[in-house]
Write a protein that binds this ligand. Sequence first.
Ligand code: ACO
Length: 374
Amino acid sequence: MSEIHKGLAGVVVDTTTISKVNPETNSLLYRGYPVQELAARCSFEEVAYLLWYGELPTPEQRAEFETLERSLRHLDPVVKRIVDELPTTAHPMDVLRTAVSAIGAADPHADDSSRDGNLRKSTALLAQIPSIIAYDQRRRRDEDLVEPRDDLGYSANFLHMTFGELPDLVVVNAFDVSMILYAEHSFNASTFTARVITSTLSDLYSAVTGAIGALKGPLHGGANEAVMHIFDEIGGVDAVDPWLEVALGQKRKIMGFGHRVYKNGDSRVPTMKAALDTLITEYDRPDLLAIYDRLEAGMLAAKNLKPNLDYPSGPAYHLMGFDTQFFTPLFVAARITGWTAHIMEQLESNALIRPLSEYVGPEQREVSASETLD
Ligand code: ACO
């Protein structure tokens, strides 16, 4: 019997220069820079550039990159028509997955897997995913599309396209921080999915479409949406303890807690919690903070489990005004940077990813005459 690594837990499958997760020191580095410092000092556009090019941009490189990103924000009419055809009962992650696949189908150079070709496609997806998400939320509210503005940075434009008005700086900053924190996290399930698809020499759009599917699950990106459902289910701070007792008694997984790699707390949580605190003050919502703190304390006492990034980001996106179903698409908007950086890295020294399995079914046998159909 071979040694089985269920869920590939603890298995190192390749090297990477993109990010380093260190659970012992509770740190996360993007290309060597602590993510907390990047969140404090850089914009999301600069972090996207860093992930793709390996270095932070010079002022000239930043200006050129921003100009390019802003020029690519408009949706192809084909893509908009396809989104229009999809029912509003569809989950926004399914709409986004379909729209990204449609962008690929509409791109005559979809199979250009050169680094320049993949950088072009990655920048276009970075620019257009916000346009899809904003449009999808607006059409569900019977609101018209708001066209992108090229005089606004990434986060301000995203919020403007979604809500139709210029956002407060506090909200722009909190949103930008969330994008930076969600951008990259080594060989997580969706990134690994993208690398597996890329390893067959399939195209970047196929890899991203598959990654969106992997991110949708509640054990991965879907948890930020699930966290908000839990807050709604609990209702008020006095209900937290009895709710938790029942939920754990039913062996429910409490979304937003625990992590496969971090066992002593997720390195990104303090920064996102600080951003959430600014929103709680801005919108005067101590009731939300009370539930947050009480559930966190309850999970520590009952299960010795700490929150992951999805725990503070769920209520943060709620306060910004996003509908709950759109929280995981926001994760996609950020993680497109990490996924595509990994797709390009995989292609630099590709090997088909094809693990083995231990067969434990019946031994070889023959189909008997009575089982054979005429
Ligand atoms: N609530 C309740 N119990 C939990 C939780 C949780 N959130 N997380 C882990 N546990 C318990 C498990 O029930 C298990 O207990 P047992 O040994 O008594 O059966 C033990 O802790 C180990 O859990 P596993 O699921 O085996 O640990 P794993 O490393 O595979 O799980 C995971 C990591 C999937 C993230 C898990 O903690 C979980 O399901 N959390 C909730 C979903 C979530 O928040 N996902 C977001 C991940 S981070 C991100 O995508 C940004």
